[in-house]
Design a protein around this ligand. Sequence first.
Ligand SMILES: [Zn+2]
Ligand SMILES: [Zn+2]
Length: 176
Amino acid sequence: MHNGVYCGHPEAFTIPGKWEKTDLTWWLGDPYKPLKVMSRKYQFGLVKQALEKWGKVSSLTFKAAMRGRADLYVGFVGRDHDDGSPFDGPGGVLAHAYIPSDAYEHILEGDIHMDEEEQWEVWVDTLTVLIHEAGHALGIGHSADEASIMYPWYKGINHNLGADDIAAIQALYGGA
Ligand SMILES: [Zn+2]
Ligand SMILES: [Zn+2]
């Protein structure tokens, strides 16, 4: 069993933030390679599913942006990827994400970075981690509740939001 921690971003736990709108756009800019593990289309589907988990229980809607910079950006990137928070290679930190906040001057906010050196789909369930990181990109910090998708330690496949998660997203954006 892979025992990585989801996130490497201490700021993600403390800086509060939320989007000032509820209709958000997203884009998968850097798909995971090799594509024989997960096709580009399959990966787009995973990002969509992850966002819909949060959209289903809140007022948020998500639409793929066909060009330009979307609100939420997802990329599989490795080691030093120009945001000052290099990944650590296989194991350890799996991903990190930026909460919507003026602190990031609209450059990194809403970004979800997945460590491209993890064995996605093989050792780590991609959708589980995407749901967790999407929570951060929407403004939610970590939860101490093990039943929460926002619990900071990866414990295997979990595609369900916990009561904690639903309360957190509804506190920010209201119910569905
Ligand atoms: Zn996290
Ligand atoms: Zn990053």
